[in-house]
Design a protein around this ligand. Sequence first.
Ligand code: PMP
Length: 325
Amino acid sequence: MVEIKNGFIGTVGNTPLIRLNSFSDETGCEILGKAEFLNPGGSVKDRAALYIIEDAERKGLLKPGGTVVEGTAGNTGIGLAHICNAKGYKCLIIIPETQSPEKIELLRTLGAEVRTVPAVPYKDPNNYVKLSGRVASEMENTIWANQFDNLANRNAHYETTGPEIWQQTEGKVDVWVAATGTGGTYAGTAMFLKEKNPELKCIVADPMGSGLYSYVKTGESQPEGRSITEGIGNSRITANMQGVPIDDAIQIDDKECVRVVYQLLEKDGLFMGGSVGINVGAAYALAKQLGSGHTIVTVLCDGGSRYQSKLFNRDWLVEQGLLSP
Ligand code: PMP
């Protein structure tokens, strides 16, 4: 039966789980992608945005006419901006100027106030995340969404994404693998799935330039290299990632990410963002390591139209050394 959803908020979550046919057929595994790009705001971050806002409402921190402030690489801001419109709040977004112009323009179109700031490391007091916390603390009737360390983020995935995957696969999952930005998606889903089946492997996928791969392998976060991907990679262990099951980590470079994104487009008909290249690249590498017959679930975080000027611009790819002229 096709049900009627209650507005934007009622449409968040309950996304399809898609068999990625070309990758599955090639490996003999079931490689499945949770279709988070089908959320109404277009990304996995709608879930976290909704949980963060409703948690603040329940705690009495956010009152009618209030403002939600966040430092975000884009998708959380987009989710927050939609939900603020749907619930009558104002939205102020602080975003590093390195993020794709598509996301920055979309935030403005949605009605958020957007401040772009130079991209500086977390240890710098003017890092976008720290700056957003300071700005929020100086405003009345305002919450700082604080997605990196606010556990409402991973609770969204513990309460929704994890149970949906469990139900959709009828409990037949061998591996959960995902890259992390805040870690909310990876963590909440891993916590739920591991509780259901302690044998299931939870694996962090990491782009170059992120410290999590080395953290899992050696106990120390030592980022190396760089990546064109947006919204993933971290050099610190956020509150959302603390105490979370991690069986192993796998690193995927940009060359493989780009190859995977274009295979998804050309063979599977799926137009996906860069972090999906890391996720599906990791799922594919694990499928080859494990051999046929395994079910590997990952996330299709957002769609490719957010990266038209970069990942889907051939000249830009040549400039990045990711495509021969
Ligand atoms: N992919 C994209 C495109 C994102 O914007 C994000 C969120 N920053 C992620 C993946 C990672 O999600 P999470 O914050 O839940 O780790």
